[in-house]
Design a protein. Structure first.
Lengths: 117, 272
């Protein structure tokens, strides 16, 4: 369950950006851990549970804010603002390596993610 | 993959590693002799080669050429492999290729390693910086960067252990198992491995320490460390994805441990 720190109107720390998995990655869930590697620069990440939830929900048609609401706040006992900050940091880091694609608009017509092929 | 057409046998040396034969053709008798000596135990019949390369030799103009970065990429329908001391082109589908290199044996050694990484990537296998040995019909891999102990663990191997390599292990997928095959790619031990193969029983990441002990390694950590030790040179994202999946498959099927060891023969008592 997500708990907001501030009363009244909630302040979002993340914008309504859309995120999608890049086709230029390889990913695999092994031993309960999601591993993701850039096929471009071979950068390797092991994702924790929350990051894995965001990763799996990154379909290009759902905003990060919605993902945090539905997949993080409803499934993990985490403060909303903290969850949003962590999600934003996670997305920024993976997007810098080309692993996640980020856009202000829905991201469509991408090849199927590798782990679903 | 196709089987390449037979070359003039008298000018050809066929080198078979992991069951994959690569025929090297050169009119230079001295270089053929160098190949036969260097790859003794892995030289086979050229008529059954899977791939063929013609070699043109030239006198090196720069002794530091082998220190340059290697480049491996597709150009049209061919792979381009180049470093300061060699320039090679290879068509995977026709099985034919051409190498222009100095007399330096390290050049042909590098070309062979690169070609095998490209072949193995499509077959679910890989070359990895690891010593390997067969004992009791099962293979054991000992991985680590330079200085981790690959040569040391190889030198300490008991008489009933058959050394496959002290430097570069050849790992290939066979059904639901991974097998280790001997390679002629020697490290500090300067000894060609045995041309044998066996299913892999375990992979150990080496670490010298005050006592002998084996510690478990989690799946993600195993994959991360394995990827760090896999040889792969090609600038090709699709093959990189295949190598990643092969590493994951390996970690899901083969027990992976950390082996902390004192450099004496007792370490082999705990390797099972």
């Amino acid at each position: 369950m997500c708990v907001g720190r501030t009363k009244g109107k909630r302040r979002r720390v993340i914008t309504n950006k859309y995120i999608a998995k890049s086709p230029a990655i390889a990913a695999r869930l092994l031993g309960g851990e999601m591993m993701v590697m850039s096929a471009v620069d071979s950068t390797f990440f092991t994702l924790n549970e929350v990051a894995t939830a965001i990763w799996l929900a990154a379909d290009g048609g759902t905003t990060l804010a919605e993902i945090v609401d539905r997949k993080v706040c409803q499934e993990f006992d985490v403060d909303r603002e903290e969850a949003e900050r962590d999600a934003d940091q996670f997305v920024n880091e993976l997007s810098q390596h080309g692993i996640l694609l980020v856009s202000d608009q829905p991201i469509v017509n991408l090849p199927a993610p590798p782990e679903m092929q | 993959m196709t089987t390449a057409s037979p070359m003039a046998a008298s000018e050809t040396v066929s080198i078979e590693i992991g069951g994959m034969a690569i025929a090297l053709r050169t009119p230079d008798a001295a270089f053929r002799q160098l190949l036969e000596n260097r790859y003794a135990g892995f030289v086979g019949a050229s008529s059954s080669s899977h791939f063929e390369f013609d070699i043109d030799l030239y006198a090196p103009s720069d002794s530091t050429a082998a220190d340059e970065d290697v480049q491996v990429r597709m150009e049209g329908t061919e792979w381009l492999l180049q470093r300061g001391d060699f320039h090679a082109r290879w068509n995977f589908h026709t099985g034919r290729g051409h190498i222009r290199q100095s007399h330096n044996p390290y050049a042909i050694d590098s070309v062979l390693r690169i070609v095998h990484t490209l072949i193995l990537a499509r077959q679910g296998g890989f070359l990895v910086h690891a010593a390997s040995a067969i004992r009791g019909g099962r293979a054991f891999l000992f991985a680590g960067v330079s200085g981790a102990g690959k040569t040391t663990i190889s030198r300490l191997a008991p008489p009933d252990a058959m050394l496959l390599t002290d430097e570069i292990s050849y790992v290939k997928r066979q059904g639901d198992e991974f097998w280790a095959c001997g390679t002629p790619f020697a490290g500090e031990l300067a000894r060609v491995g045995e041309n044998r193969s066996a299913p892999i029983s375990a992979l150990f990441f080496l670490e010298k320490g005050p006592e002998n002990r084996i510690e478990p390694v989690g799946a993600a950590e195993a994959v991360r460390r394995l990827l760090r030790n896999i040889l792969f040179f090609a600038d090709d994202s699709e093959l990189v994805k295949l190598v990643f999946q092969s590493a994951c498959e390996f970690a899901s099927l083969v027990p992976v441990h950390r082996l902390v060891f004192v450099p004496d023969q007792r370490v082999w008592e705990i390797i099972r």
